[in-house]
Design a protein around this ligand. Structure first.
Ligand code: S3P
Length: 185
């Protein structure tokens, strides 16, 4: 079912922090089998940089982080049979949207803001852009960031899958089903 005639070359997952890109991506790659692999750009980036993402933000700042992220995306976009989970802000960097769309099918994973809050608040320290919110309540901060980013996700994505209140298997199955339909269209 996953040869290049019936399936996109790669599947790229974009979307806000806490929308399930890594969880659904890992499950999707396992479900597809047949040589498909899961790649998380944050994990790749941390390996290349030799430190975790919060440390990288502290040491080099967001601009340098975005440059490194763009390089990794560009390298991955030439691959095949990859389910690529991107960082939540990847679509904001100049040129990344074209890179992502050249890789294959881009799926925007969404979730309600209350769901994103619930999923991110426990490990907020791992996400520098949430940890830096000062006195702003998490809900408001996420709402503000999302408002600025939504047009970019929209521009990047071929299709949308909502992940609120859903089991990972069902999200992965929906992405697979929609990917087959998209490839046919
Ligand atoms: C970021 C999201 C994070 C990570 C970094 C910046 C963002 O990835 O890339 O902290 O700008 O939204 P996740 O979306 O996987 O949490």
């Amino acid at each position: 079912m996953t040869d290049t005639q019936t399936f996109p070359r790669n599947i790229v997952l974009v979307g806000f922090m806490g929308c399930g890109k890594s969880t659904a991506g890992r499950t999707l790659a396992a479900r597809l089998g047949n040589g498909w692999r899961f790649v998380d750009t944050d994990t790749r980036l941390a390996e290349v940089a030799g430190c975790d993402i919060p440390t990288l933000f502290r040491r080099e700042g967001e601009t340098a982080f975005r440059e490194r992220e763009a390089q990794i995306l560009s390298g991955l976009s030439a691959g095949e049979k990859l389910v690529i989970a991107t960082g939540g802000g990847a679509v904001m960097h100049d040129g990344n949207i074209a890179t992502l769309r050249s890789a294959g099918l881009v799926v925007w994973l969404t979730a309600r803001v209350d769901v994103i809050v619930m999923r991110t608040e426990r490990r907020e320290a791992d996400r520098p852009l949430l940890a830096a919110r000062g006195d702003t309540p998490l809900y408001t901060h996420i709402l503000n960031l999302l408002a600025g980013r939504a047009p970019f996700y929209q521009q990047a994505a071929h299709l949308i899958v909502d992940t609120s209140d859903r089991a990972t298997e069902s999200i992965a199955a929906e992405i697979e089903r929609k990917a087959i339909a998209w490839q046919k269209s």
